[in-house]
Structure formats: C-alpha cells, structure tokens
Design a protein around this ligand. Structure first.
Ligand SMILES: Nc1ncnc2c1ncn2[C@@H]1O[C@H](COP(=O)(O)OP(=O)(O)O)[C@@H](O)[C@H]1O
Ligand SMILES: Cc1ncc(COP(=O)(O)O)c(N)n1
Length: 264
C-alpha cells in the first residue's frame, strides 16, 4: 500500500487540518500518517485557541515516521511559526522526502489568522523550493505575488509570478472566484493548464483547501504525474462538495464518505 504524510494542525471540529487530510487520504486509497504542528480549539464558526507543539516535538514525530514507514508523498498545511517551518524543511531535506505538496495556509474560512507574518517569509524561503507544487488560494496568491487578482488573466499572471519567483510549480485555486471554481496549474516550461470546475452552490466549504492538497498528495503517492493528480483531486473535491453535507452553525465540512457506497 502507498503511504502519505500530513504535516499540519489539528482541527477539533474535524472539518479541516489533520482530520480532513486523513479522511481524504483514506478515501483516496493510501495509508495516512500525521505530524501535528498545533492543536486548534476550532469549530465551523471560529478558531477559539491555538497551541503549537515545540520544534523539538515536531522533529521527533518526523523522525519516528521517516525511520519506520517512509511516506510516498507529503503534504504540509497549517504551520504557524518560522521555527516549525525550519524544522520541517530540515527534516524533509534530511530524509530526502519526495512528492511534497505545500498548502500555504494563512487564514481560516472563519477568518482566523493561522500563520505569523515572519513565518510567511520562511515559508517562501525554506519550504517552497522543496515543493513539487504549492497550492495557494486567491487571497494567499495575492500576498505571494504582491498583486490583486480579479480576473482569469490576473490568475494566470499571478501563478507565473509566484512560480518564477519561488522556483516551484503552482496550483492557483479558484474557489474564491466569483463565477466558476476553476484552478490553474503553472509549471516551468509547460503550458499552463486550467482545471475547470462549476461552482457548486454549497456554503459549507470548511476544509476545501486541505482536502484538495491531500488528494493531490495521495495521487502523487500512487505514482501519478502532477497533472493527473490534480485532475483526480479536483474530481474528489467536487464530489465531496456536491454531497451537500450541512453540519454546524458556520461554514461546515464536506462529506468524505460520498464515494463510499454505504448509506451516509
Ligand atoms: N463552491 C465551490 N464549488 C466548486 N468547487 C469549489 C467551491 N469552493 C471551492 N472549490 C474548490 O475547492 C478547492 C479549494 O479551493 P479554495 O476554496 O480556493 O481553497 P481554500 O480552501 O484554501 O480557500 C479548489 O479546487 C476550488 O476550485
Ligand atoms: C488546523 C487547520 N488547518 C487549516 C485550516 C484552513 O482550512 P479552511 O480555510 O477551510 O478553514 C483550518 N481552518 N484549520
């Protein structure tokens, strides 16, 4: 069985973070492992509190994982501080990890800040160069490309700026677009590829970014190339959103059981 690792924060509400990642990896047929960067006291309406692990403890989790069951792919999500990002970059380099998907998580759907300003710089400097692909949403891409993104042309420009500036492939997610929900993959020396998505009329989008990046990592773990992995991941997120789960008072989580034929 192929294996995948998520390095991210725990969401007590189960909609995003480690919990969304493990559900996604399982539904996509890979064995899931986790290294937790922080606990969040969180639900669909708010992030009430955050408790980070120490860099030493994160390093210990990564040592235990890599010296026993080697992940075929790795995904990183919420990493709030520069010290933790440096630890991750160090360990991924030490163990020569492959197929790394970096989701530059900055702000939650419930509008809580999940990374410090200083850590954004470390993310760019230490983690992006190790990534097979990074997966910013539109607000994150605006920060990374220093430009506003309104149109499809702006998305194409921003993806190129980010990919060229940080030397990595970029999947610019279009979930925050007004009309459709199409994502753009930019790879050096290749034609940009659009993954077209119809906007699903579902206000429950908590954890969509975590889910998409974990589905990409799962498919990379199975040996698929990046473009095929993104295509399969886009199908997965669309199915999970279209299942129209409606839990909680805020923007609720998705149904990862949509592909399972049992009753949900
Ligand atoms: N309402 C929607 N209908 C269809 N796809 C969506 C919708 N909202 C988000 N997506 C998709 O979910 C994935 C995550 O996108 P996005 O919401 O932009 O990321 P984030 O969760 O990081 O803000 C993307 O593939 C995006 O196109
Ligand atoms: C632990 C953790 N990681 C990531 C997110 C972002 O997900 P979303 O933007 O869907 O709230 C989150 N809310 N919590």
């Amino acid at each position: 069985m192929k294996t995948a690792l998520t390095i991210a924060g725990s969401d007590s509400g189960g909609g995003a973070g480690i919990q969304a990642d493990i559900k996604t990896m399982m539904a996509n047929g890979v064995y899931a492992m986790s290294a937790i960067t922080a606990l969040t006291a969180q639900n669909t309406t708010k992030v009430a509190d955050i408790m980070e692990v120490t860099p030493q403890f994160l390093a210990e989790q990564l040592d235990c994982i890599f010296t026993d069951i080697r992940p075929d792919a790795v995904k990183t999500g919420m990493v709030a501080s520069a010290a933790l990002i440096r630890t991750i970059a160090g360990k991924l380099t030490e163990y020569q990890a492959e197929n790394i998907v970096v989701d530059p998580v900055m702000v939650s759907t419930s509008r809580a800040r999940l990374i410090s300003e200083e850590a954004i710089e470390t993310l760019k400097e230490k983690l992006f160069p190790l990534a097979t692909v990074i997966t910013p949403n539109i607000p994150e891409a605006e920060v990374l490309a220093d430009m506003e993104i309104e149109t499809v042309q702006d998305m194409e420009k921003a993806a190129e700026v980010i990919g060229t500036r940080y030397g990595c492939s970029v999947l610019l997610k279009g979930g925050h677009q007004k009309n459709d929900a199409s994502d753009l993959l930019w790879q050096k020396d290749k034609k940009p590829v659009w993954f077209h998505g119809v906007r699903i009329d579902n206000p429950n989008t908590h954890g969509t970014g975590c889910t998409l990046s974990s589905a990409i990592a799962s498919n990379l773990a199975k040996g698929r190339d990046l473009e095929t992995s993104v295509e399969a991941a886009k199908r997965y997120i669309s199915g999970a959103l279209a299942a129209m789960l409606d839990l909680g008072a805020g923007s609720g989580p998705m149904n990862h059981g949509f592909a399972i034929k049992e009753e949900w």
